[in-house]
Design a protein around this ligand. Structure first.
Ligand code: ZN
Length: 412
């Protein structure tokens, strides 16, 4: 018998079983698996000196707790806390160095993101600082951020490379992520290779693309430094054809793929993501009707990042159209130093409620099961059901919606 622990008297416990059954599509209140005064029994495992929740044994109302668990050590939540599947932040650029607060002030005073980029600011600023930083410095910066993510209820976080833009520094970033994975078993960290984030200033387009295809991708795949490959397909970044070449090669090497799609312009990249069987198509501010239909008919998750649209004062993604068409929609922070400097997934939920018109049920699905699906982890995470990972978040609130009703509020 494995070592067991239990949570009892959660004011609300959401199993999310119905979200899983509907594969995250057209989610209604009834799909949330809400249990008032809920309880959860789970096994634990030891990783080094840490005791980590392992698998869900049983879930239900506290009053229905089976007798066989009567001697299990219990944490009483006194009907003051909500339990959900651990939040999943499925799109972040968490490993970077440097500071762009000054740039933010310029932007607030009227300069556009494009104007700043032309002056050597923007991504280039972060690339310089990240290249100059040692692995140890990057690791230290990232660890502080992981801690913050945990405090926001996030238990699984995707981290992209993409601020190196050279073989050496892209690999350096992914090695840092590998160290974080080993050091932080309390979180699930999913590494993504985003060498195709931008083109570097110190290499020709052809030379960099060649490096990416012939040096970086093979090394990333061989050393298992990332589980997926992402490309920023957009006006002024990677073309649809370049993206297709990179992602096709990544698939041949055994990596899953995802796309920064249709953000600043409609580049038909959401449709490309669906055609390639990508795990996710992210941003989608300018997605076309065709792109929406393709996503709805595919297994590709539509990852919406309303924090970025908010930060850039851009028009938001057509969330309602995506949801009504049957797409599986996730929400994520897009935490990055240029276009969305926040790790608060609850603040993103507030934006989802206000600007994307998402219901409570759609929001809960979007940060649990649907975001787990965007990382290829929905078989083990995203809902609290016997046999799945005991990957949960205890929220310091009596009702789930309280954590995004009180916006930009730290719930723990
Ligand atoms: Zn991004």
């Amino acid at each position: 018998m494995p070592k067991l622990r239990a949570l009892v008297h959660a004011s609300q416990l959401f199993t999310g079983a119905g979200i899983r059954r509907k594969d995250g599509r057209k989610i209604q209140e009834a799909d949330l698996g809400l249990i008032e005064d809920g309880a959860l029994v789970y096994s634990v495992k030891k990783v080094g000196s840490k005791e980590i929740p392992h698998r869900v044994e049983w879930v239900g109302a506290t009053s229905g707790l089976p007798k066989k668990y009567s001697r299990v050590s219990k944490k009483d939540l006194k009907k003051q806390k909500v339990v959900t599947a651990g939040f999943v932040d499925c799109h972040t650029h968490l490993v970077f160095a440097g500071d762009r607060s000054e740039e933010f002030a310029l932007r607030s005073a009227g300069a556009t993101y494009e104007e700043i980029a032309k002056k050597g600011g923007g991504i280039a600023t972060t690339v310089r600082a990240t290249r100059e930083a040692t692995s140890a410095q990057l690791e230290k910066l990232a660890e502080v951020r992981l801690k913050e993510a945990y405090a926001w209820g996030i238990r699984t976080v995707e981290i992209k490379s993409g601020y190196g833009l050279s073989t050496e520094s892209e690999i350096k970033i992914l090695e840092v992520v590998q160290k974080l994975i080993k050091k932080h078993p309390e979180m699930t960290i999913v590494p993504t290779f985003l060498g195709a984030h931008a083109y570097p200033k110190d290499q020709s387009r052809e030379a960099y693309l060649n490096d990416l295809l012939e040096r970086m991708l093979p090394e990333v795949a061989r050393r298992k430094l990332a589980t997926s490959c992402d490309v920023f397909i957009d006006d002024g970044y990677y073309t649809r054809d370049e993206g297709k070449r990179i992602l096709t090669k990544a698939k041949e090497l055994g990596l899953a793929v995802r796309v920064h799609a249709d953000e600043m312009g409609d580049t038909d990249s959401a449709a490309l993501a669906a055609e390639l069987g990508a795990l996710s198509a992210d941003h989608l501010l300018k997605v076309s009707e065709k792109g929406i239909q393709k996503l709805a008919q595919s297994q590709t998750v539509s990852v919406l990042l309303p924090g970025t649209a908010f930060y850039l004062k851009a028009a938001h993604a057509p969330a309602r159209k995506l949801i009504q068409s049957g797409a599986c929609v996730a929400l994520s922070t897009d935490f990055n130093p240029g276009t969305c400097m926040t790790q608060s997934l609850p603040a993103i939920m507030t934006l989802g409620a206000l600007y994307l018109g998402m219901s409570r049920a759609e929001i809960l699905a979007a940060v649990t099961y649907n975001a787990a699906k965007a990382l290829g982890l929905s078989g083990s995470k995203g809902s609290l059901e016997p046999g799945k990972d005991a990957d949960f978040t205890i929220l310091n609130a009596q009702r789930f919606e309280e954590i995004y009703y009180r916006f930009a509020w730290q719930p723990s």
